[in-house]
Write a protein that binds this ligand. Structure first.
Ligand code: GLA
Length: 384
């Protein structure tokens, strides 16, 4: 099945490299419904793949060289595969080249390649444009190099590229959502066992949509905030004598409060209560459908705002305006410090929401936000 977008990627490849690609692979961005900063604490997450995708057109070369190009810059980065390291690559090419590197580390038999990337996943909005690049390229190189790795292994390849070549200490959620997404389902992932279960979301039947509200405040996971939160979680776990915060229940928080520094306690408290909210949300979706999960979404936002302290004024504003516009629930989504919030809302209320958010942002002197609906889509696949 080849779409217009996948043909555009093949066309871009032809223009840049003068030949047709051997195939086009695509992978989606993701929205996290709930379960934030729980993945690297071996907890629970509930993301879904969205109907915004990255397309990777690939062709093999015989000289051990990788050339990467994209529709968003004129630059073509060229490097010998054997020379890829966190010192030798910088910028966006670190994602695809990092994937090639991680596949080689995992024992793949590498061959040079040309790559052209085209994408409609917004960058810096917290919708995992980076995981979409990683997963489309990982799937493509896995096929062309005959590596035969399963999707769960490819998720780890993407994460390793991001951790070790790009230098962002992120967890496994984004790559899993991008690879394992299922139309109209959320992906319930246990980040300890890495067992993923697709749970029906049922938005259409309930007359609901999920609106992404991109604040246009760009978030960067290589900046210090994300790593600092991760370090606080690790120190909290160490002081409480557990291997990860996954091992704590809400009943343990009293003891944690006595033992921990107040800031570390707040970080721990977010993770422990967030894990509980993910489990509750899954149960509510199964029992009653998406109309029932509003309180969990907002409680998650409050916890990120007050305890994990990763929200910003623009995200708080988008969430509050959503609720006063009649949303079932709303929360910031993704790593934080910028990016997007989501509102779960009846279709008939979206126009009023858009107007109210635009007005409030303008009144407060914030950048003009961008709002668009997304649906839960299928994960990464070969397009042609
Ligand atoms: C980013 C990271 C994920 C996850 C989220 C926060 O998206 O890439 O691994 O930690 O932040 O939930």
């Amino acid at each position: 099945m080849s779409s217009v977008a996948s043909e555009a990627a093949a066309e871009g490849f032809l223009t840049r490299f003068g030949s047709k690609p051997e195939g086009v692979w695509s992978a989606p961005g993701r929205v996290n419904l709930i379960g934030e900063h729980t993945d690297y604490n071996e907890g629970f997450v509930l993301p879904f793949a969205i109907n915004r995708r990255t397309f990777a057109a690939l062709g093999l070369r015989t000289d051990g060289i990788a050339r990467v190009a994209s529709s968003f810059t004129d630059e073509v980065v060229e490097i010998e595969l054997a020379k890829i390291s966190n010192q030798s690559v910088a910028g966006w090419s670190g994602y695809p080249l990092g994937v090639a590197w991680a596949l080689i580390q995992a024992g793949a038999k590498p061959q040079g390649f040309d790559l052209f990337v085209d994408s409609n996943v917004p960058v810096g909005a917290g919708l995992s444009s980076s995981a979409a690049i990683e997963c489309s390229v990982a799937l493509g190189l896995n096929d062309l190099w005959g590596s035969g790795l399963a999707k769960s292994a490819l998720a780890k390849i993407g994460q390793r590229a991001e951790n070790e070549i790009v230098g962002a200490p992120t967890g496994i959620m984004d790559q899993t959502a991008s690879l394992f997404g299922v139309l109209d389902h959320v992906v319930f992932l246990d980040c300890r066992s890495l067992v993923a279960e697709a749970i029906p979301l049922g938005l259409k039947r309930a007359g609901l949509e999920i609106v992404v509200m991109d604040t246009k405040v760009s978030h960067r996971l290589v900046d210090g905030g994300y790593a600092a939160r991760r370090a606080a979680c690790e120190s909290g776990a160490r002081e409480l004598g557990v291997s990860s915060l996954r091992d704590l229940e809400t009943a343990d928080l009293n003891r944690a409060k006595q033992l921990l520094d107040p800031v570390v306690f707040k970080r721990v408290s977010h993770v422990v209560t967030e894990n509980a909210r993910v489990v509750e949300t899954v149960q509510l979706l199964k029992d009653s459908g998406p109309l029932a999960i509003g309180a969990q979404l907002y409680a998650s936002h409050e916890s990120m705002r007050d305890d994990f302290e990763i929200s910003i004024e623009e995200l708080d504003c988008a969430v509050e305006v959503s609720l006063s516009s009649g949303a079932i629930g709303a929360r910031m989504t993704g790593g934080g410090f910028g990016g997007a919030a989501i509102a779960l809302i009846e279709t008939s209320k979206i126009a009023a929401l858009e107007e109210a958010v635009a007005k409030e942002f303008a009144d407060l002197g914030f950048a003009k936000p961008e709002l668009f609906s997304v649906f839960a889509d299928d994960g990464a696949r070969r397009e042609s």
